[in-house]
Design a binder for this molecule. Structure first.
Ligand code: F0G
Length: 488
């Protein structure tokens, strides 16, 4: 265990800075790379929405890191000793112990995935006339809070939305904005303050311990609860350890416990943090626990499984302990840094500094000729798939909503997220992504916008369908053939 706590990198004799896998591959899945003409057909079939592609038609699935991470040998082994019982499962007792050891939290409510925790939290604490200030929203989080009639106020710092920056903690909250929100709404109407670790929608950017400590102190003086979304805690933890003064030599467990000591409760998507499925809500406060407890059997399942299979529960316990392993939590950020730094050096617009979760291309800059109402991030996601078979995710105006007049609420940033599922891809696959991004950037003038053909009213990005405006896809495919001959 002590080895994991050391901040150590392997130096190459050549001086090259290369991330190194600290694991070996023992189970593999065959991948397909379709010819570009078939990729073109697939994206038309999917309504230019990468969520609707079939995985068999995808080469590198960089849609998300949710439920797609590699499990360790110990996690897989744990699944075979699961104790199948509806109530009082021994697997669940192990999970409670892991929650206590790893997160230092006494009470736990299991749920089937992260958004189910958001549902139960919003149902228990949000109501009309209240507000939830947060560093940045996540799509499902915001939808659950607003469905309960509460408002969301984002209080990110000026650095957060700068796509090019060297600020190490773009996930921080702006303290002045926080004070203003509390003054405007009244402390009694602040349902809770929500900190999202590894702020998803602004590029997997972390917050600092100093900022968390300060926000927590303000919350305490006003009697406001602090909630932390710890779905992406692994990478936030890594960044505090490597980027924040005073934490380099602290054990990961101590950093994690300190982070959670500033919260009243927290929740996670096990699809991310523990490389499994499932999720849960943690707290040390019995009253907070009791306010939520009875919703779990109603919406999720009995209190000793919460909608998860016992096999997932076993793997989750092991996965949570593995978050204390520096080799585990540093894998994604170092691979992401490799790609981000390389693209940045080539002048390709990408969110900097590199964060956790994935490499985020700045589609607003990349395709600056496409207006936001024609969805540059969606167009870039489609073009990326067409030219490489790589599936990323639109994180821009398509992921937003319409206002009461039916106009698009334009996203603050137009991003194409290329997620890095933990310990899944090799360096040569990342180099392939790098190469195809360069090609696409050199041919960006060929890419055009998108328009809706089917637009669902809620969370439209999941299943909505679009089509290209004009014949840009044909032109892009023709240029690919010209440059790559009969290569895939
Ligand atoms: N919170 C954060 C920060 C997330 O990134 C997610 C999911 C959730 C909550 C919801 O968890 O999916 O288990 O219900 N993010 C996924 C993604 C969907 O692709 O970024 P869930």
């Amino acid at each position: 265990m002590e080895n994991f706590e050391q901040l150590r990198t392997v130096k190459f004799y050549s001086g090259e800075v290369t991330p190194l896998e600290m694991h070996k591959v023992r189970v593999v899945q065959k991948l397909n790379l379709l010819p570009i003409e078939e990729r073109k057909e697939s994206i038309f079939g999917a309504g230019f929405n990468t969520f609707l592609l079939q995985n068999k038609d995808v080469y590198l699935d960089m849609l998300t890191d949710s439920g797609t991470n590699a499990m360790s040998d110990n996690q897989v082994a744990a699944m075979s000793v699961a104790d199948d019982s509806y109530a009082g499962s021994a697997s669940y007792t192990k999970l409670e112990k892991a929650i206590s050891d790893v997160f230092n939290q006494k009470f736990f409510l299991p749920v089937h995935q992260g958004r189910a925790a958001e549902h139960i939290i919003a149902k228990s604490f949000c109501k009309p006339g209240t507000v939830v200030p947060m560093n940045y929203h996540f799509t499902t989080t915001k939808a659950h809070i607003e469905m309960m009639g509460s408002a969301v106020e984002e209080i990110y710092t000026d650095e957060a939305l700068k796509t090019k920056s060297s600020f190490p903690f773009k996930g921080n909250m702006d303290i002045n904005k926080l004070n203003r929100v509390i003054e405007k709404w009244g402390a009694e109407n602040v349902a809770y303050i929500r900190f999202e670790a590894g702020t998803n929608l602004i590029g997997g950017q972390p917050f600092s311990m100093a900022n968390l400590r300060e926000v927590s102190a303000i919350a305490k003086t006003h009697g406001i609860m602090v909630l932390m979304d710890i779905s992406l805690i692994n990478e936030n933890l890594y960044f505090i350890k490597v980027r924040e003064e005073g934490y380099q030599n602290k054990p990961i467990k101590d950093i994690l416990h300190e982070m959670l000591s500033y919260t009243d409760f927290s929740y996670f998507s096990g699809r991310k943090v523990s490389c499994t499925r499932g999720g849960g809500i943690c707290t040390n406060n019995h009253d907070i626990y009791m306010k939520m407890r009875d919703w779990v059997p109603l919406y999720e399942g009995f209190l000793t499984y919460g909608g998860m299979s016992v096999r997932e529960i076993e793997a989750m316990s092991v996965g949570l302990y593995e978050t204390l392993d520096f080799n585990v939590i540093s894998h994604s950020p170092t691979f992401i840094k490799y790609l981000v730094d390389s693209l940045d050096k080539r002048g390709i617009p990408v969110i900097t500094p590199s964060g956790g979760l994935g490499c985020h291309l700045d589609a607003g800059q990349f395709l600056s000729h496409i207006p936001q109402t024609q969805y540059p991030a969606g167009a870039l996601a489609a073009a990326m798939y067409i030219c490489s078979g790589i599936r990323g995710m639109e994180r821009g105006t398509i992921s937003s909503v319409r206002d009461e007049n039916g106009d698009d609420v334009l996203a603050d940033v137009e991003l194409l997220r290329l997620a890095f599922p933990r310990r899944v891809f090799t360096l040569s696959q990342i180099k392939y992504a790098e190469d195809r991004i360069q090609w696409l950037y050199d041919n960006r003038h060929l890419v055009g916008g998108l328009e809706w053909t089917e637009e669902p009213p809620v969370l439209r990005f999941f299943v909505g369908k679009l089509k290209p405006i004009g014949d840009w896809v044909e032109k892009l495919v023709a240029k690919f053939r010209e440059d790559f001959g009969d290569s895939l």
